[in-house]
Every structure is written in C-alpha cells, then in structure tokens.
Design a protein around this ligand. Sequence first.
Ligand SMILES: [Zn+2]
Length: 161
Amino acid sequence: VALAAEGPCKLVEVKLNVDAAVIRTGHVEAGQTCEITGIGPVPATTARALLNDALVSVVVKDGGDITAVTKATRTIPARLRRAVEARYPTCGRRSCANDQFLQIDHVIPLEAHGRTEFDNLWRLCPHCHHLKTHRGWRVAGTPHDWDLVPPDNPKGGRAPP
Ligand SMILES: [Zn+2]
C-alpha cells in the first residue's frame, strides 16, 4: 500500500463506521453497519484490518454508543518517515538501484494486519512497487533486510540478478 510518494505528503482521510459486533464476530449481519464514509459498505475483514491502520479514523458503535475511536493520523509521523528514508536511500529490492520517486510501502500490507511501524516499512521505486502490488512479487527476508522476489521463486530467497 502506497502511503505517499516523495515530496509533499498526500493527505489521506478515511473514516470507517462499524458496529462493535462486526469487529467481534468478523462478519456483517443484517442491520449492522460496516462502511467507509463516502465509499460505502466494506467487508468485516477490511474493518478489522483498518483498526490497525494509524491513517484511518475508526468509529466503533455498540448500539447507539460510540465505544472506540482511533485517532486519524494523516501521514506517517515525520520521525518514522525519516528513519525509513535513511534506511532505504534506494529501492528496497536488492537488485534495483533506483533512488528516484521512492514510495514508502508496507512490507506486510495493511489488509493483512501489517502495521505502520519501522519494522514493517521500506521504500520501493514505482516499478518495483508495481511488481509487488500487481504482479505477485513477494517480500522475502527479515526486517531491515528485505528483498523483493518474483512469484515463482520457490524459497522466497534472493531474486536472480
Ligand atoms: Zn526498484
């Protein structure tokens, strides 16, 4: 998931309205609310994933009462952003030396409960980001020693040069 490209931060504002029961049970039943303002209903799995996303403002309602609100943060905190930028002066894919237009990316996607924290962030160039998002390339390795490997790489090891 791209948070923002280089340069001025894109503003992100997502507001999720969800019944507490949906979060508890993991599915939406008739009469229950699980929707993103301005977009519409979303699956309960999406709601659960968004709970972990600091970029999203989540309003959880139990009956008529709001039981939880997570604070929306519009961007990655500046200190975290600087740390990620310093760690990845070039694209995170080892065989790629691109240092232009790098995008901060979640190693484990938000949809899979990845968190917006240093161990789960790196930078990819637009091309490699596309490979990961649309071509099935996977992240291999360990935090701060990641690599991006093709989908047919059996061991998830290094990508061929
Ligand atoms: Zn790259």
